[in-house]
Write a protein that binds this ligand. Structure first.
Ligand code: TPP
Ligand code: SF4
Ligand code: MG
Length: 286
């Protein structure tokens, strides 16, 4: 088995001390080591945000893309080289705000990759504005009198948009989180892992103790992960009790299974280049 230290990047994270993203990074390094996936076979793609700086701190291929654009880049990477383990990472603002359209369509596309969202209910990098998952009424610097809109529900969205592995973790429980990550990475299809990852600097409401008082593990209540309706019901549980763990898992053909250019099973990047004579095509247009 690989060692966790093999996945430690050369650059030390510059997150605030206590930021939940440390737990996500550590859990991901542990999950990859336990799955024995060599760093050169992993591509970590992000958008923009504190959380999206993660590819700089892990020893693997990385791509720090544009705000909200991790999923299209990750999809392109995966379709270009199906031999890679592709993991998109980022924040709630990145994935559920500016990147929401990509999120919806990536769920229904079912490309075989993992999406880890460090959900802290704020835009951390830009100093604490309300994000799409901020609760109604939450006071932030952009909502001094409280958020007016209702919060977006990422788990329910992923379920109803067609993601085939839908889970939620907590960065205060690294062992549990790395198990969910392993499940997501091993799953054949699109996996969403929403992670409660507290922003200790700008979110004084959703703190570690706040989550610890409320979260419980679905597996402790013998949750049936094949029951779609039950998963949706659980996704809406919020308040005194908040579930974490695997909500739903199912199998259906991936995009790669059905895309004609990939059906052979040979990665596109390893297929021979065919020379196409463009002269005939050009004549049609000129
Ligand atoms: C097109 C564009 N719009 C806005 C920004 C400014 N911006 C950078 S990060 C960010 C939000 C980050 O929030 P989130 O994704 O939740 O990450 P966090 O910092 O909380 O981890 C915003 C609005 C940007 N970089 N690019
Ligand atoms: S501002 Fe918040 S999200 Fe960003 S590094 Fe600090 S604690 Fe983490
Ligand atoms: Mg955020």
């Amino acid at each position: 088995m690989a060692q966790v230290k093999e996945y430690i990047g050369k650059v030390k994270p510059d997150w605030c001390p206590g930021c939940g993203d440390f737990g996500v990074l550590n859990s991901l390094q542990r999950a990859l080591a336990e799955l024995d996936i060599a760093p050169h076979n992993v591509q970590v793609v992000s958008g923009i945000g504190c959380s999206s700086n993660l590819p700089g701190f892990i020893n693997a291929y990385g791509f720090h893309s544009l705000h909200g654009r991790s999923l299209p880049v990750a999809t392109g990477t995966r379709l270009g080289n199906t031999d890679l383990t592709v993991i998109a990472v980022g924040g709630d603002g990145d994935g559920y705000g500016i990147g929401a359209g990509h999120f919806i369509h990536t769920c229904r596309r079912n490309v075989n990759m993992t999406y880890i969202v460090m959900d802290n209910q704020v835009y951390g990098l830009t100093t604490g504005q309300a994000s799409p998952t901020a609760e109604k009424g939450m006071r932030t610097k952009s909502t001094p009198e409280g958020v007016i809109e209702m919060a977006l529900n990422p788990v329910a969205m992923a379920l109803t948009c067609g993601a085939t592995y839908v889970a939620r973790g907590f960065s205060g429980d690294n062992l549990h989180l790395s198990q969910l990550m392993k499940g997501a990475i091993e799953h054949k299809g699109f996996a969403l892992l929403d992670v409660f990852s507290p922003c200790v600097t700008y979110n004084k409401h959703n703190t570690y103790p706040w989550f610890r008082e409320r979260i419980y593990k679905l597996e402790d209540e013998k949750h049936d992960t094949s029951d779609f309706r039950l998963a949706v019901e659980k996704a809406f549980e919020w308040g005194a009790r908040i579930p974490i763990g695997l909500f739903y898992k199912t199998e259906r053909p991936t995009y790669e299974d059905e895309e004609p250019a990939l059906r052979s099973g040979v990665a596109l990047s390893k297929q021979p280049l065919k020379r196409t004579d463009l002269a005939g095509i050009m004549e049609d247009f000129i």
